[in-house]
Design a protein around this ligand. Structure first.
Ligand code: SF4
Ligand code: SF4
Length: 448
């Protein structure tokens, strides 16, 4: 493993500075959504093989029961997030446009509510001494709990935590950057569930044998930096403030900023001995290992000038975007666009009844004023998109190749290496929808 480094700089080359928008929800303590009457739980919420339903229609289920699973290596089971009765699977459309099967569960009987639910998920004591836990049992617990990356990528966490002699891990890096504008779910978790996050980080280190345990947090979150430092006292965990710049939370960007290691185009963090986990994922790992509880709930930010009362909400996986919006008082009259996720990497939502998944970090509601922009014009060859691309790609070429289905050009210019951060589109004075074209190209390009 080549882990040759330059000194860590606390930042990365290129990137952009979009308006942060954090002010809407950053001071809103996490609220718990009252149990909804219905959830619709998609059977594919992760990168990898889709699950198949394992629960029969009309079966009674309890929160945490497995309702869908698959034997594939890269996969994660799906669990009930309500006490209730399952129904026959139906088709639903995820925010990214993918049509998937989903299992409806209608609430029945008592549910854990309010503060009791918050305490069940994040509260109480979290151990620091992990000697009782077998390293291999940690990835097994992550698999059984259906944990996937909560920062949006939704990669199964168990796979990252398995020991692999050919690819040893020396560093676990928690991503607390939350560079996406408007979103504050990770920020609130760092303030309100710091001990669970530290416990998850220690467990990830124990599972992989990594000795370097880091948390990278953007320097526009001084309270979170302070809170995590206090929680990390007496442990080997180091909290590293990084520059506020987008996309600081990209895996390769955060690795470079905190360790100086360069993950090359087409490479993975593991190639440089690093596993990156989101802070919410770490808290979910702690809960899975210490309490044997699966990933059934997550924190979602509702933010932007287009929502009546911005909030950070602990919600069951499978609840509709509409139910969360209603919990925040509904949309403002001037709301123009509902985005699942943040404005840079999220997906404009066509159907508010679409369910949230384990990877849904937020819902951003923009107003007419926010989205008003000039018409698309021709490329003026200014090179700004190239100047800002954190991966050193040539976005204008990629978008053109995608638009005209020139797949040989797309491959030559590493279309698949694009992380869809949207920096190029943000910087483009011609308003060319570069990232949308690239995203479409990635979906349409033949695999071989
Ligand atoms: S080409 Fe991809 S990685 Fe580069 S700025 Fe555009 S969206 Fe981001
Ligand atoms: S930023 Fe826009 S106008 Fe400038 S080179 Fe890139 S695509 Fe063309």
């Amino acid at each position: 493993m080549n882990t040759a480094t330059t000194p860590a700089t606390g930042t990365f080359p290129r990137g952009v500075h979009p308006p942060e928008g954090k002010r809407f929800a950053e001071d809103q303590a996490i609220e718990v959504l009252p149990s909804p009457p219905l959830v619709l739980i998609p059977v594919q919420q992760h990168i990898g093989a889709p699950c198949a339903p394992t629960v029969k229609p009309r079966a009674k289920v309890q929160v945490g029961d497995v309702i869908a699973d698959v034997k594939a290596f890269i996969s994660a089971p799906i669990h009930a997030s309500l006490n209730g009765v399952a129904a026959k699977p139906v088709k639903t459309t995820l925010p990214n446009g993918r049509r998937v099967e989903a299992i409806p569960i209608t609430a029945a009987g008592e549910q854990l509510e309010g503060r009791a639910l918050f305490e069940d998920v994040y509260g109480g004591e979290w151990p620091r001494d992990l000697s009782d836990y077998e390293p291999s049992s940690i990835s097994q617990a992550a698999r059984a709990a259906g944990i996937v990356g909560q920062g949006g990528a939704a990669f199964p966490t168990a796979v990252k935590l398995m020991k692999n002699a050919a690819k040893p891990v020396d560093t676990i890096l928690l991503n607390g950057a939350e560079c996406e504008p408007y979103l504050t779910a990770d920020y609130r978790l760092m303030l309100e569930a710091a001990d669970a996050i530290i416990c998850g980080l220690l467990l990830a280190g124990h599972a992989t044998g990594a000795k370097e345990l880091l948390i990278g947090i953007e320097d526009n979150k001084p309270k979170a930096i302070a809170q995590m430092k206090v929680a990390a006292e007496g442990t080997p965990v180091r909290v590293i403030p990084v520059q506020t710049k987008y996309p600081q939370g990209g895996e390769k960007q955060l690795i470079y900023a905190t360790t100086g290691r360069v993950v090359p185009t087409g490479g993975l963090p593991l190639d440089k001995g690093v596993v990156v986990l989101n802070v919410g994922t770490a808290a979910a790992l702690a809960r899975a290992v210490v309490r044997g509880k699966p990933l059934t709930h997550r924190v979602v930010t509702l933010s932007g000038a287009g929502i009546k009362t911005p909030k950070n909400v602990l919600a069951p996986v499978g609840v509709s975007h509409r139910a969360l919006i209603d919990f925040c008082g509904g949309l403002q009259d001037n709301a123009a666009r509902v985005i699942s996720g943040g404005p840079m990497m999220g997906f404009t939502l066509g159907d508010l009844d679409a369910p949230i998944t384990k990877g849904t970090s937020g819902i951003t509601i923009l107003t007419h004023q926010d989205v008003a922009k000039a018409e698309e014009t021709s490329c003026v060859r200014c090179g700004r998109c190239v100047d800002v691309c954190p991966l050193n790609l040539v976005p204008t070429r990629l978008a053109l190749a995608a638009r005209y289905r020139a797949w040989d050009v797309a491959k030559r210019y590493h279309l698949n290496a694009c992380i869809e951060c949207g920096s190029c589109a943000f910087a483009c004075p011609a308003q060319i929808p570069l990232v949308q074209l690239i995203r479409l190209g990635k979906a349409q390009m033949p695999k071989s």
